[in-house]
Every structure is written in structure tokens, then in C-alpha cells.
Design a protein around this ligand. Structure first.
Ligand SMILES: [Zn+2]
Ligand SMILES: [Zn+2]
Ligand SMILES: [Zn+2]
Length: 157
């Protein structure tokens, strides 16, 4: 795993790791990673860029899968529920998560030029938010931070 998705790395490893993790997870949970689910996950991991449902539908359809929108939306819901992907709200698109399973605060750095997005793993941020919320009597339900900026490649372009 590269130290950052913004830096050059062997992306095949990211894809393989993600699929392996999903396989293990589904086996442990006793849920099936059907060919459609597996392909959707693969497409989401194809790049470190959130992909929209319409793009996914088009890809899936062109490959001869049952591409009825409800089927694909159910698949996306399944992955979100199981924490294998997240929805990036500001882009209305989906991105894979390779964090240890379990709920966590999603902090995204999103390149507003090329769309490459990295999810940070930073328990300190999570702790700070939880502390702040507790102090204000606020209950966090959907802990997501989406931070826009420019990745290294785009800054130098
Ligand atoms: Zn990668
Ligand atoms: Zn995550
Ligand atoms: Zn960029």
C-alpha cells in the first residue's frame, strides 16, 4: 500500500488488496460476493476517484450484467452498509474504503482538478470531533469530512 494515493504507486496492489479484504470480510459475515458485486467493487477501485452511479451503471451494462438501476443501487447500499465503500456526498459518487472494518470518521482529501481522493486514517481527528461533540451535547451520526484542494501532480501541472 502506497503511503498516499496521490503519489505514484503500483495500483494493482490497491485493487488486489481491496478485493481480498472484501472476500475475507464477506466470508466472515456469511454474505455472498456475487459476480455483480465483485465487478462493481472492482470498478469502484479502478481508480482513486469517486465514481458516480450512472457511470457504474453504464460500465456494468456494457459488460452484459443485469444493469437495472435498482440492482446496482442495492449493490452500492450493500457495500456502504458493510463499510466497504463510502459515498462522497459533495461529488455524489462512491469510493472504496480499505480501513479496518467498523464505523469510522471518513476524512477525505479530494483533488478538485483530477478528482483523485484519499481517505485519511487519523484517529486523532476522530477523537477531537467526538470530544467537541460531547461537549456540545451533539450526537454525530454521519461523520464525514470532505476537504477539497489540489494534489501534488495537479499543483505542478
Ligand atoms: Zn492505488
Ligand atoms: Zn473508510
Ligand atoms: Zn489532482
Amino acid at each position: 500500500m502506497a503511503s498516499s494515493v496521490f503519489l505514484p504507486h503500483n495500483h494493482q496492489h490497491c485493487v488486489q488488496d481491496a478485493l481480498r479484504q472484501a472476500d475475507t470480510y464477506c466470508e466472515e459475515q456469511g454474505v455472498r460476493l456475487t459476480p455483480l458485486r465483485r465487478r462493481v467493487l472492482e470498478l469502484i477501485w479502478e481508480e482513486h476517484k469517486p465514481i458516480g452511479a450512472y457511470d457504474l451503471l453504464a460500465r456494468i451494462a456494457s459488460e452484459g450484467f443485469n444493469s437495472a438501476p435498482p440492482t446496482v443501487y442495492r449493490t452500492l447500499d450493500f457495500f456502504i452498509q458493510h463499510g466497504l465503500i463510502h459515498k462522497v456526498e459533495s461529488l455524489n459518487a462512491y469510493i472504496g474504503c480499505n480501513h479496518e472494518q467498523g464505523s469510522h470518521t471518513s476524512v477525505f482529501f479530494i483533488c478538485q482538478n483530477c478528482g483523485v481522493t484519499e481517505e485519511l486514517q487519523n484517529p486523532a481527528i476522530e477523537g477531537q470531533l467526538a470530544l467537541q461533540a460531547a461537549g456540545m451535547g451533539f450526537q454525530i451520526n454521519h461523520p464525514t469530512l470532505e476537504i477539497k484542494g489540489l494534489c501534488k501532480a495537479c499543483r505542478h501541472a
